[in-house]
Design a protein around this ligand. Structure first.
Ligand code: NAP
Length: 480
C-alpha cells in the first residue's frame, strides 16, 4: 500500500502542487502514522476536469465492461481485507473485528452494483395518441462530487463510488481528513482493477472548505453526494443550489430504540448494547434515546449495565470493544452531554468519565456510560451524541411511545422490540424514519436502501434504489 501522501488525478498518483502534506494520527495515542497530500483548489479543479474529460468514454462503455471493473475491485478488496482492516484500525480506532466486518460490507457494494449496472432498464409507455410512442431512458448524469466521513472510512466510499461508476458517471472524491489513508488504499484497488484514467479521482485535503467550494459549485459537476453531519450537509446543499445540482445527503441521526413490556428485557438490552456501542457509539444508526416500558425498566437497565461493565476499553488491535473517540472535540461533546444530563437529574448507572488508565491517556477514551431518567430538557435528548452514552427514558403506553420516538427533527434509523406482530407492524408504519429495525439491530446491507428523512437527509444508498441517484430519467416522445 502507498504511504498516502499522493492524490489520484487522471490516473496518476501525484503530490499536492506545493508538495504540502498534513499529518494523520492514531486516535488511540495521538502518534503520527502517516501523512496525506494537502490538495487545494487548483488540484481539485484539475480532478474535476479529468472526470469531465473521462465521462464520454466511460458512459459509452457497456454496462458489462463497467461491471467487470467493479467485480475485479471486489475481488481485490476481499483479498486485501486483512491489510485494509489493520490500516483502518490504526487510522480510525475501531476494533480489528469491526474493521474486518466493514471491509466486507464495503466490498459488498462493489459486487452489488456490478450486478445493478446491468439492470438499468428503461421503459416504453402507452401513448394517448395513435401514431405516437413514448420511451423512457435512464442515463448517467455526468460528473459527481463525493464527500465522505471518517467513521466508516472504506464503506462510505464504496457506497458512493460503486453505484456512480456502475451507472456510467465519473467522479471526484474528498475523504475526511482524519482518514485519508483508507481512501488512498481504496483508490489503489480501483486503479489496480483497471478503472480508466479520470473516471474516479481522489483529492485528500486538510482544507475542506477550499476544496469543497469547487466540488460543490463547479458547473461541470452535476451531482453532490455527501455523507456527514447535518450541519455541514445543510451548508453544502445551500451552495449546490446555485445551479440545481442533484443531491444525495446521508446526514446525522437521533435514533429511538423502543422496548415494550412484552419483549425479553435481557435480550433487548443485549441488542441495545450492541448497536449503541457499535464503533464506540460513532455510527449514524446508534440509538440516542432508549425508551423502555416502565414495568421492565429495572431488569432492562440491570442487564444493560451488566453488559457495559464487561466491555473492554482499549486499542482496536488489542481485541477491545470500546476504542477511542476520533478527536478532542468528540470527547468534549460527550463530556458536555453527560454533565448536562446529570446536572438536570439523570442518574449515572455506569461510566461517565474519560478513561486515563495506563496506555490510554494519550487517546480520547470515554468509558461506556448508561444514564437513567433522561428527559426532554437534556441536551442528549435532542443532540446527536456520537459517543458511548446510552440514555434511558421510561414510557407507559404505545401511543406515548410512538409520539416520543417521533419527537425529533432527525429521521434515519429507529428500533422497536416487541413480540406482538400487530404492534410491530403498527409501529413500523408509524415511525417517521428511513430505517426501522424490528427486534433487529442491523437493518443494513448492500442490497438494502439506506437513508433518512427530515434533517437526516435526502436519497438512498445501496439497494436497487442506490443506482437511481446517479441516473437521469429522459422521456423520448416519437411521432411515427
Ligand atoms: P462532517 O464534519 O460533516 O464531515 C464530513 C465530511 O465533510 C468530511 O469529509 C469533511 O472534511 C467534509 N467537510 C466539512 N466541512 C466542509 C466544507 N465546508 N466543504 C466541504 N467539505 C466539508 O461529519 P463527520 O464528523 O466526518 O461525520 C460524522 C457525521 O456523519 C455524523 O453526524 C453521522 O451521523 C454522519 N454519518 C451519516 C451517515 C449516513 O449514512 N446517514 C453515515 C456515516 C456518518 P474534513 O474531514 O476535512 O472536515
Amino acid at each position: 500500500m502507498r504511504q498516502g501522501d499522493t492524490l489520484y488525478i487522471d490516473g496518476e498518483w501525484t503530490a499536492a502542487d506545493r508538495g504540502g502534506t498534513f499529518p494523520v494520527t492514531d486516535p488511540a495515542n495521538g502518534t503520527e502514522i502517516g501523512r496525506a497530500a494537502d490538495a487545494g483548489r487548483a488540484e481539485t479543479e484539475r480532478a474535476i476536469a479529468a472526470a469531465q474529460a473521462a465521462f464520454p468514454g466511460w458512459s459509452g462503455r457497456t454496462a458489462y465492461e463497467r461491471a467487470a471493473v467493479l467485480d475485479t475491485a471486489h475481488r481485490l478488496m476481499t483479498e486485501q481485507c486483512e491489510e485494509l482492516a489493520q490500516l483502518m484500525t490504526r487510522e480510525q480506532g475501531k476494533s480489528l473485528k469491526a474493521a474486518r466486518n466493514e471491509v466486507k460490507y464495503a466490498a459488498d457494494f462493489l459486487s452489488w452494483f456490478a450486478e445493478e449496472a446491468k439492470r438499468v432498464y428503461g421503459a416504453t409507455l402507452p401513448s394517448n395518441r395513435a401514431g405516437h410512442r413514448f420511451f423512457v431512458l435512464r442515463q448517467p448524469l455526468g460528473v459527481v462530487s463525493a464527500i465522505t466521513p471518517w467513521n466508516y472510512p472504506v464503506s462510505m466510499i464504496t457506497r458512493k463510488v460503486a453505484p456512480a461508476i456502475a451507472a456510467g458517471c465519473t467522479m471526484v472524491l474528498k475523504p475526511a481528513e482524519q482518514t485519508p489513508l483508507c481512501a488512498v488504499a481504496v483508490f489503489e484497488i480501483l486503479a489496480e482493477a483497471g478503472l480508466p484514467a479520470g473516471v474516479a479521482n481522489l483529492v485528500t485535503t486538510g482544507r475542506p472548505a477550499e476544496v469543497g467550494e469547487p466540488l460543490v459549485t463547479s458547473p461541470a459537476v452535476r451531482k453532490l453526494t455527501f455523507t456527514g453531519s447535518t450541519q455541514v450537509g445543510k451548508l453544502l446543499a445551500g451552495q449546490a443550489a446555485g445551479d440545481m445540482k442533484r443531491l444525495s445527503m446521508e446526514l446525522g441521526g437521533h435514533a429511538p430504540f423502543v422496548v415494550f413490556d412484552d419483549a425479553d428485557p435481557v435480550h433487548a438490552a443485549k441488542g441495545a448494547a450492541l448497536v449503541k456501542f457499535l464503533n464506540t457509539g460513532q455510527a449514524c444508526i446508534c440509538p440516542n434515546r432508549i425508551y423502555v416500558h416502565r414495568s421492565i425498566m429495572d431488569p432492562f437497565a440491570a442487564a444493560l449495565v451488566d453488559r457495559v461493565k464487561r466491555l473492554k476499553i482499549g486499542r482496536g488491535d488489542g481485541g477491545c470493544d470500546i476504542g477511542p473517540l476520533v478527536d478532542e472535540a468528540a470527547l468534549a461533546k460527550v463530556q458536555r452531554q453527560v454533565a448536562d444530563a446529570t446536572a438536570k437529574g439523570a442518574r449515572l448507572l455506569v461510566g461517565g468519565e474519560r478513561v486515563l488508565d495506563e496506555g490510554l491517556a494519550q487517546g480520547q477514551f470515554f468509558a461506556p456510560t448508561v444514564l437513567a431518567d433522561v428527559d426532554s430538557t437534556m441536551t442528549i435528548y435532542r443532540e446527536e451524541t456520537f459517543g458511548p452514552v446510552a440514555a434511558l427514558i421510561p414510557f407507559d403506553d404505545e401511543a406515548e411511545a410512538i409520539e416520543l420516538a417521533n419527537d425529533t427533527e432527525y429521521g434515519l434509523a429507529s428500533y422497536v422490540y416487541t413480540k406482538d406482530l400487530a404492534r410491530a407492524l403498527r409501529f413500523a408504519e408509524a415511525l417517521q424514519f428511513g430505517i426501522v429495525g424490528v427486534n433487529d439491530i442491523n437493518p443494513t446491507a448492500a442490497a438494502a436502501p439506506f437513508g433518512g428523512v427530515g434533517v437526516s437527509g435526502l436519497g438512498r444508498e445501496g439497494g436497487a434504489q442506490g443506482i437511481d441517484e446517479y441516473l437521469d430519467v429522459k422521456l423520448v416522445g416519437i411521432s411515427i
